[in-house]
Design a protein around this ligand. Structure first.
Ligand code: ATP
Ligand code: MG
Length: 553
């Protein structure tokens, strides 16, 4: 959704507001509730809020919307900060809605004094009853006409802990027949005797989202308060409260939340996956959380690129998971170090290469980036190649290894398969091959023409490694459309663990390195990796085109 200048609708609004002089500087905020880890949907909101401020020389606050003491934890706060930083953004101020509790209380008192809020003793069922339905107007409850004095006294008693949870609430006094259900005397405060992660036991009444959010925006003088479409009906209440309180007029704007195929984008449900151990934690690489994506090898650049590419829409839509994969491949292709890893080995003995002799070959680290340099690859009498790269009875146009056939070993020599050794079950255990010394990569004057190039490692020098191959966590494309339990849609084959052989250079891998294991995919070292046991995560497979070309035949 971009105009002829390539602006999305929010950028258009901001440009107009700056041009007209409505604002000298724009202020946005990213307002997570610290009740879980951030996911890709939040990344979109982060890129949008921080991106707007960056593009228009404004500023962005990181504000924790921590008004619900029961679900919020400091652990989440720390992780959220870490994730925002990792994505590449700096906030102007780190703020907490809970820091405004005193001020919010004063706002509530102001509404009571104006006759615009009252304490209601009705139960939540009774309140729901009074509200009516979208087609049926609500009715006034029995506590609606309490005097301001009485309301003030009761509200103060609520604050002092004299009333039980659920026995009273503070409601705005608007209109029980309002066309917008949210305007039918919404609840502003409830009693909750619970310890808050920051304010401890100081409070036993807590403001609801609608009373805290817009007021916090206003206190911070947020100019453009950007949220997702489900808040459209809240906008009227947002404006009403600001207007009646006569405070800074922040404005709310809504955009379409990110939905992606095969992906669950709800903190509550992700928490369930963690608690019920369907995954190993919030940062299990199959999760759509930012911490999981980081662990899996996604780069901040690729996530920002993704958010940019999908744009900002005013209508709900569904983004193909492939777009994200495209973005990460696009970036990793530029930065990943090329390495060789054999997942399912078959031994190759080079019969005309002296047993005990070894040599160091060189191979470039990244053909896309000369500055990445090159590395050494030891070559000797015994190698491993991928079981998949050999066929005993190949079809026509098979360009990999077959009895009597030839293939090039990447950055090394051309070999020819002379003999196939099998065990008693008929399984191939070894290929006896000869190599052509004059066919060395870079100085090939063998005159031999081979079409296939395969990866390999030296059997003597290879390092065992565990590789974790991930597939999508869910089998169902549109998880928003399902009616049964979402856990029924989990993909039982989302994780495959394999023991593999790595080229020796990979013992030097660090957590920030990005690798392309040639012909296999993009990988990174996993947090579980130790000096004695290398563990790699597959970030994503290689692009289809590439694998088609390499695996042709
Ligand atoms: P969830 O439903 O996963 O818990 P939330 O909206 O409750 O998400 P918050 O912590 O309240 O999570 O959200 C912080 C900000 O991120 C909000 O402004 C929210 O609108 C935005 N956000 C959350 N999910 C998405 C999404 N899928 N796409 C875009 N923005 C999102
Ligand atoms: Mg929320």
């Amino acid at each position: 959704m971009a105009d002829e200048k390539g602006l999305n609708f929010l950028e258009e609004i901001v440009e107009k507001d700056l041009k007209s002089g409505k604002y000298q500087e724009i202020v946005t905020r990213f307002p997570p509730e610290p009740n879980g880890y951030l996911h890709l949907g939040h990344a979109k909101s982060i890129c949008l809020n921080f991106g707007l401020a960056k593009d228009y020389n404004g500023k962005t606050n990181l504000r924790f919307d921590d008004t619900n003491p029961l679900t919020e934890e400091t652990e989440y706060v720390d992780n959220i900060k870490n994730d925002v930083k990792w994505l590449g953004f700096d906030w102007a101020n780190e703020l907490y809605a809970s820091d405004y509790f005193d001020q919010l209380y004063e706002f509530a008192v102001k509404l009571i004094n104006k006759g615009l809020a009252y304490v209601d003793d009705s139960t939540s069922e009774e309140i729901a009853q009074q509200k009516g339905t979208p087609t049926q107007p609500g009715v006034d409850g029995p506590y609606r006409n309490r005097t301001a004095e009485e309301n003030l006294r009761l509200f103060e008693e609520m604050k002092e802990g004299k009333h039980l949870d659920g026995s009273k609430v503070l409601r705005a006094k608007i209109d029980m027949k309002h066309a917008n259900m949210l305007m039918r005397d919404p609840v502003l405060y409830r009693i909750k005797h619970a310890k808050h992660h920051r304010t401890g036991d100081k409070w036993c009444i807590y403001p609801l989202y609608d009373f805290a959010h817009g007021q916090s925006d206003s206190i911070e003088k947020v100019t453009h308060s950007i949220c997702t479409l489900e808040f459209v009906p809240h906008r009227e209440l947002y404006d009403w409260l600001i207007n009646k309180l006569e405070i800074y007029p922040s404005k709310q704007y809504e955009f379409a939340r990110l939905n992606m195929t095969y992906t669950m984008m709800s903190k509550r449900k992700l928490l369930q996956l963690v608690n019920e151990k369907y995954v190993k934690g919030w940062d299990d690489p199959r999760m759509p959380t930012i911490s999981a994506m980081r662990r899996r090898g996604f780069t901040p650049e690729s996530i920002r690129d993704f958010c940019e590419r999908i744009g900002v829409a005013k209508r709900d839509n569904m983004i193909d998971f492939g777009v994200l994969e495209f973005c990460v491949r696009d970036h990793l292709n530029k930065v990943a170090l090329r390495r060789m890893m054999v997942l399912d080995p078959i031994k190759v003995v080079i019969t005309n290469y002296e047993n005990g002799k070894e040599e160091l070959l060189t191979s470039e680290n990244n053909p896309e980036d000369e500055a990445a340099g090159s590395r050494n690859l030891p070559f000797c009498h015994e190698l491993y190649i991928e079981r998949d790269d050999f066929m005993e009875n190949p079809p026509k146009k098979y360009f990999r290894l077959a009895p009597g056939g030839m293939v090039r070993l990447k950055s090394a020599y051309i070999i020819q398969c002379d003999e196939v050794i099998k065990d008693e079950k008929g399984e191939v255990t070894e290929l006896r091959c000869t190599y052509f010394p004059e066919s060395k990569s870079g100085s090939d004057n063998s005159g031999l023409k081979v079409k296939g190039v395969i990866h390999w490692v030296s059997a003597k020098h290879a390092v065992p490694a565990e590789v974790r191959l991930y597939d999508r966590l869910f089998n169902t494309e549109d998880l928003g459309a399902i009616e049964d339990d979402f856990t029924n849609h989990l993909n039982p084959e989302s994780l495959k663990v394999q023991q593999a052989y790595a080229e020796p250079e990979l013992v030097n891998a660090t957590i920030n390195d990005r690798f392309q294991f040639m012909r296999i995919g993009y990988f990174c070292l996993d947090l579980d990796s130790t000096k004695d046991k290398l563990v790699f995560n597959r970030t994503t497979t290689l692009r289809d085109m590439w694998s088609k070309e390499q695996k042709k035949g």
